[in-house]
Write a protein that binds this ligand. Sequence first.
Ligand code: ADP
Ligand code: 5GP
Length: 229
Amino acid sequence: MIKQKKQGQLIVISGPSGAGKDTIVEKVIKKNENIWLSVSATSRKIRKGEKEGVNYFYLTKEEFEERIDNNYFLEYAMYADNYYGTPKEEIIKKLDKGIDVILVIEIEGAKKIKELVPEALFIFILPPSEKELLKRLSGRQTEDKEKIIKRFNIAYQEINEVTKYNYVVVNDDLDEAVSKVESIIKAEKCRVDRIEEMLVSNKEELIHEFLMDEEFDNSLISEKIKEEI
Ligand code: ADP
Ligand code: 5GP
């Protein structure tokens, strides 16, 4: 009856560092084959446990700037003194194939995506409290105290941007947060603006087929209905 857009959905996920974005997205990706996580490029140093091409493509500042000049990024931004950017090419291919694409990016990058792709889905992840955010930032053991404080300060500015997003998910219980993000993505697929075409079947033909079916006793159909047919 309806033909829906084949194009994949672009999903932007932001939120303060330490809120749990990567943890949530990793679980969503594992459970949903038709969602692809875009791997960004960054000029920040690789963390213990991270892998080149899996978590990020790690570049020097000079290499990053060369790629900016070559129009390699869909968007890029500076965060805590380092560049972060979304490579363009693979995203367009995936969306054209009908695969949903998740970008986990900070708010300046998300603003650029909003300008470029207004129909993208924007989800903001929040921690249950500021105290818990600080605990998660330090518990992760990926930054020294100075860098943690820098990220915590940025978080206070980022939180003010939450109302610019379509949805907010508080990441208190992890499974609950994952389930909310999955539900939001599923609901988005049912939006009426994803209808490309209304396909109306031939009514007379269907009624005729129905009347010809020997299983039904046509003598029971009233004269009024017969006239309407
Ligand atoms: P982000 O990607 O937003 O910077 P991470 O996904 O790296 O955040 O999570 C930060 C830390 O918080 C990690 O150590 C992670 O294991 C932990 N964490 C994530 N979600 C939860 C949660 N719901 N409850 C407790 N700890 C969490
Ligand atoms: P982290 O250093 O903790 O991995 O990331 C720091 C911040 O940069 C996070 O808010 C993360 O979402 C964001 N980020 C990661 N990749 C990109 C990107 O490609 N573009 C932008 N604008 N931000 C990104």
